[in-house]
Design a protein around this ligand. Structure first.
Ligand SMILES: *Cc1c(COP(=O)(O)O)cnc(C)c1O
Length: 368
């Protein structure tokens, strides 16, 4: 993709809030950067290309993208969502949506029939995350989309973990594909940004309207950086998912590891369904070390990965969901989601896998 005005190999950064008009009656292509900005529009075009979608809206964060989709429902509407869900989305659905009269039922999404059974007269949407964060439970997309279509229900999928490159959810029939581009799409841990793609022109119109009205649009510079990250995305995703498969196999054999969660392992309960809807097991592996003490020893000893919140960087990132991504969920709800005291989430980067395995092996040897 090149700049249509100058031919520049890198789309220029149009760091401008407003655009002069040709005359009082006519504007050029852009008027004001909350409505549209050429750098952000170029990213939108690139996201359409990787999503196989006709329309894409670019937001200031993944949560802004999720909020914009959910705030288009109305008082009295009902949403069915997976219970193993990103912490921020859970907070939005339990603490904010009810205040606007939008109710949410959480279901165990590993059985598609649970979506069917939760349908009420006013159910407007199914919200899906597969594989889920952080326990990597898999939802059977084809079955859930089929149930939704029978009942005229909108489907929303937070596809951050697989990315459109590994799981083409729009082609599978999802109405709204959401990505926190903060993660694998940008891939360099230097931007917060979110995207929503859809093939439905009516949905695209209300999505754009809400982006403009709420004002949660991405800045030109963040859009520019994300486009730069996107150029290497296919190579990063390929390398990181190969690394993840190898790490999962290694951990699965390791005596100090109680359980490994990774849909690329044949032992994963929904391995077959996952591989039907995705190219591979993805870039994220979770595993249980049994206790907080073991987690602490391991994290103090590990040297290569960053110990931090977030995922999807070119560097490996290990998070402790209990005290990081899921800290805002009360203990009871957290344990219900399988986020135990010993659970770690490992987002694979593009490092040499032998270096990573040696580092992880020596950190595990610190556990009694
Ligand atoms: C990080 C993340 C989000 C939120 O994205 P931000 O860009 O941090 O707002 C939403 N869903 C999933 C699955 C995530 O990993």
């Amino acid at each position: 993709m090149t700049d249509k005005y100058t031919g520049s190999s890198s789309i220029p950064l149009y760091q401008s809030s407003t655009f002069s008009q040709a005359n009082i009656e006519e504007s050029y292509d852009h008027i004001y950067s909350r409505f549209s900005n050429p750098t952000r529009d170029a990213l939108s075009e690139a996201i359409c290309a990787i999503e196989n979608a006709k329309f894409a809206e670019i937001f200031s964060s993944g949560m802004a993208a999720i909020s914009a989709v959910l705030l288009n429902f109305s008082q009295g509407d009902h949403i069915v969502a997976c219970k193993n869900i990103y912490g921020g989305s859970f907070q939005l659905m339990t603490e904010f949506l009810p205040r606007y009269g939008i109710s949410v039922t959480f279901v165990d999404a590993t059985n598609p029939m649970n979506y069917q059974q939760a349908i009420m007269e006013n159910t407007k949407a199914f919200y899906i995350e597969t594989p889920s964060n952080p326990t990597l439970q898999v939802t059977d997309l084809k079955s859930v989309i089929g149930i939704a279509q029978q009942h005229n229900i909108i489907t929303i999928c937070d596809n951050t973990f697989m990315t459109p490159l590994l799981s083409d959810v729009i082609s599978l029939g999802i109405d709204f594909s959401i990505n926190s581009a903060t993660k694998f799409i940008n891939g360099h841990s230097d931007v917060i940004l979110g995207t929503v793609a859809t093939n439905n022109p009516e949905y695209a119109r209300w999505l754009h309207k809400s982006a403009v009205a709420i004002g949660s649009i991405a800045a030109p510079f963040d859009s520019w950086l994300t486009m730069r990250g996107l150029k290497s995305m296919a190579m990063r995703v390929e390398r990181a998912s190969e690394n993840a498969q190898k790490l999962a196999e290694y951990l699965n054999e390791h005596p100090k590891v109680q359980h490994v969660f990774y849909p690329g392992l044949a032992s994963h309960p929904n391995h077959i369904i996952h591989m039907q809807q995705s190219k591979n097991g993805g870039m994220v592996v979770s595993f249980d070390l049994g206790s907080y003490e073991n987690v602490k020893r391991f994290l103090d000893a590990v040297r290569i990965p960053l110990v931090a919140v977030s995922l999807g960087g070119i560097e490996s990132i290990i998070s402790y969901p209990k005290m990081m991504s899921h800290a805002c969920i009360p203990e009871e709800g957290r344990l219900l989601q399988g986020v135990t005291d010993g659970l770690l989430r490992f987002s694979l980067g593009c490092e040499d896998i032998d270096d990573l395995l040696a580092d992880v092996g020596s950190a595990l040897s610190q556990i009694q």
